[in-house]
Design a protein around this ligand. Structure first.
Ligand SMILES: *Cc1c(COP(=O)(O)O)cnc(C)c1O
Length: 715
């Protein structure tokens, strides 16, 4: 580590690895250099640093007295990267140096790298960060979507408009992967009608390298150059071609890089073609039969299913399959129907389309859902794959999702944690004992910390509203009114998620007169912030969103219902850190886990949720609020009516009274007790360190141990 590097060099190095994004001190350094540009540039330090030449940056750093902090950050980064006393060194040594290969169609690591749409992406990003922190040998594979997911704008009618902009790799923390001779690495996958090529980018996420395949290369047809441009865009044909690149191309990229994964971890069916390519390689390299290669590949594979919603499980017809997987099928020595059978519940049912989730189940011996309840639902849903087993015996377990604490925890809260939790809490956040101290924090302090975060959210929301209004050319008067919306002394409820209809964003609006009375109650008013995107092809979702936008513009709700455009990681961070209550009311049991509510817990907010996903195993009666009793009515309309009534009921009879019951110091003591209880009982369980540790012990180590070509080590 050269001491004589310039400030510019050191900061550029820090900016090149996304580790900085979960180090509040480092992002604070970037921010201080130029607060206005920092927020205008979507918190992208690479662009920020390009705006400064080394000399000017040196001066700026001197002016702000940043040198010692920059040096300390730089030193800490090197220590992190070379540390050899991690949890993984102690508990996962048997994994050796051959990594886990983590496949996902999206990764949400930081707002400046827009290759995610929602929950799956954020979860994948959090998984990599925790694997890096814990020192688990891992590489990750995804696609580089140049246009990313869309930017959301809302028009005069409240209808969602989608805008796509082109990302420039030079301005992102990514480098093109080259071959030993310096030429760019190019992988290709053959179809019946020619090859698809992709280059490979490397994004460094702490110690975990993330490789992104990108089809925008000269060798491709103009159509294929656009193949990886958008996330979840296009038709079935585009979809299968993307998945071919992700799975088959991903495995080939790793092979070309000399990376020989010990375990393949497929997330959702999107990447399931990876198994087929591994099987092909094993047949070629080790001379195995298809059956033996399948058995061995499955033994070292693990599959996570992330949703019970049918649209989340890709299906392709025989024609698309043959066009794209035909050459691979030949190499595997399978006939047409035999091959399609790998993606059918009943291999002999020629009427069944090829399902990627089925392929993933059949080519990995271990599979898990993402919450306890989702495990139950998944076993029922996929029971037909194991016709001789009862539902309870279906081999799909669960590992409940968690969130990466340093990413989602507000700085002020972290200061509180630092004071009351053991010094080592950062590296031991998956252990329950570590969190016990939180109950001892004085109530006043918890409340003041929370209030300051809530104020910050309100300031941020007003700023965003003003930007929206300026874009519409709203009148001065409207703009001034927007600067008055939301009151920090009033109960604030947040709701932000994709506007998939099953999430029922408008459930609280079933009876508008009633809602109006609740919102405008003279003594106990209630405020809402909504945010979220609808899938571009989902008109129903857009209608739900439109309804909310229109209410937010309705004078009856006088600045107490707010809609913020373009939900992304940055907006998400502000929301989960500043709301009093996080509302979640999906149609049970369709929310596999949900993670946004877990982020809220860490920051002292309370969950108000249907007993679905993670909340079904988290709620203990006193660490938040439950909507309904977890029963499901067979008639969907009845269910929706019942849940809407339960929601209003718990709001009026529990949430609102508890929030507004104050002691002589104006503190809601009972409420604060719930905040503390939530942090203590939930913080350790629903965090990504615990989640990754569970994957290591119950999926990665067993899968690594059953790879025959490696020495078998029993942990
Ligand atoms: C956490 C998060 C999600 C996922 O949260 P859910 O509870 O599954 O809705 C989606 N989008 C963003 C931006 C997030 O931060």
């Amino acid at each position: 580590m050269a001491v004589n590097k310039s400030i510019h060099e050191k900061l550029t190095e820090l900016a090149s690895n996304l580790w900085w994004s979960w180090q509040p001190e480092v992002s604070e350094l970037f921010r201080q250099i130029d607060p206005i540009r920092w927020s205008a540039l979507s918190h992208n330090p690479i662009v920020l640093l390009q705006e400064y030449d080394p000399h000017r940056l040196e001066e700026r750093a001197r002016e702000l007295v940043l040198h010692s902090r920059i040096n300390a950050a730089y030193r800490r980064w090197h220590e992190y990267m070379s540390s050899s006393d991690t949890w993984g060194d102690t508990h996962a040594g048997v994994l050796g140096h051959r990594p886990i290969a983590y496949f996902s169609a999206e990764f949400g690591i930081h707002e400046s790298l827009r290759i995610y749409s929602g929950g799956l992406g954020i979860l994948s990003g959090d998984h990599l960060k925790s694997a890096s922190d814990l020192g688990i040998p891992m590489v990750a594979i995804g696609l580089f979507y140049r246009k990313g997911y869309f930017t959301q704008l809302v028009d005069e009618q409240g209808w969602q408009q989608e805008e796509y902009s082109l990302a420039d790799p030079d301005l992102l923390p990514m480098t093109e992967v080259t071959q030993p001779d310096g030429t760019p690495l190019l992988v290709h996958v053959e179809t019946r009608h020619g090859q698809i090529y992709a280059r490979v980018w490397l994004v460094e996420c702490g110690r975990v390298p993330l490789y992104l395949l990108d089809s925008d290369v000269e060798e491709n047809t103009p159509e294929d150059r656009q193949l990886t441009a958008q996330l979840y865009g296009g038709n079935q044909r585009m979809r299968i071609r993307q998945e071919l690149l992700l799975g088959v191309g991903g495995v080939r990229a790793l092979a070309a890089l000399g990376v020989h994964p010990r375990v393949i971890h497929m997330n959702e069916g999107h990447s399931a073609f990876a198994s087929l390519e591994v099987i092909r390689m094993r047949m070629g390299v080790d001379g195995l039969s298809f059956e033996d290669a399948l058995r061995e590949t499955a033994a070292s594979g693990t599959f996570t299913t992330h949703t019970p919603v049918p649209a989340g499980h890709d299906r392709f017809d025989g024609g698309l399959m043959e066009e794209h997987l035909g050459p691979l099928r030949d190499a595997l020595g399978l006939d047409y129907e035999g091959f399609l059978g790998l993606g059918r519940v009943d291999p002999h049912n020629h009427g069944e389309t090829f399902c990627m989730t089925v392929l993933a189940f059949k080519t990995s011996r271990r599979a898990n859902a993402v919450s306890n309840l989702h495990g139950v639902v998944s076993r029922r849903m996929w029971q037909h794959l194991w016709p001789y087993r009862s539902e309870e015996e279906v081999p799909v377990g669960h590992i409940t999702n968690g969130v990466h604490v340093p990413t989602w925890l507000a700085q002020q809260m972290r200061v509180l944690y630092d004071r009351v939790l053991p010094v080592s809490w950062h590296t031991r956040s998956g252990e329950p004992e570590v969190w016990r101290g939180f109950e001892d924090v004085p109530s006043l302090e918890v409340w003041e910390t929370h209030q300051s975060l809530k104020n910050r959210l309100i300031v941020y929301a007003r700023k965003r509203l003003l930007q929206q209004a300026e874009r519409y050319g709203s009148s001065r008067e409207v703009q001034e009114r927007l600067q008055q919306v939301l009151d920090p002394q009033h109960l604030l409820i947040g709701f932000a998620r994709r506007f998939a209809p099953y999430k029922r964003a408008d459930l609280v609006m079933q009876d508008l007169d009633l809602l109006e009375r609740i919102v405008n109650d003279a003594d106990c008013p209630v405020q809402f912030i909504f945010a979220g995107k609808a899938h571009p092809a989902d008109d129903h979702g857009k209608q739900i969103m439109q309804r909310i936008v229109q209410l937010s513009r309705d004078a009856r709700f006088g600045g107490r219902i707010v809609f913020l455009e373009d939900y992304d990681i940055n907006l998400g961070r502000h929301l989960v850190q500043g709301v009093d209550v996080w509302l979640n009311n999906p149609r049970r049991p369709l929310e596999a886990s949900g993670t946004s509510g877990q982020k809220v817990v860490l920051n002292g907010g309370l969950n108000l949720s249907v007993l679905d996903g993670w909340w079904a195993e988290a709620f203990d009666g006193k660490n938040g609020f439950a909507i309904g009793n977890g029963l499901i009515h067979s008639n969907q309309e009845v269910q929706d009516q019942r849940d809407a009534a339960d929601l209003i009921n718990v709001l009026q009879n529990e949430v609102i009274p508890l929030y507004y019951t104050r002691n002589h110091d104006d503190l809601p003591l009972e409420w604060i007790a719930r905040m503390k209880r939530a942090v203590r009982t939930l913080g350790w369980r629903f965090n990504a360190d615990r989640m990754v540790m569970d994957y290591v012990t119950s999926a990665y180590i067993p899968a690594a141990g059953s790879t025959s070509c490696e020495m078998r080590v029993i942990p």
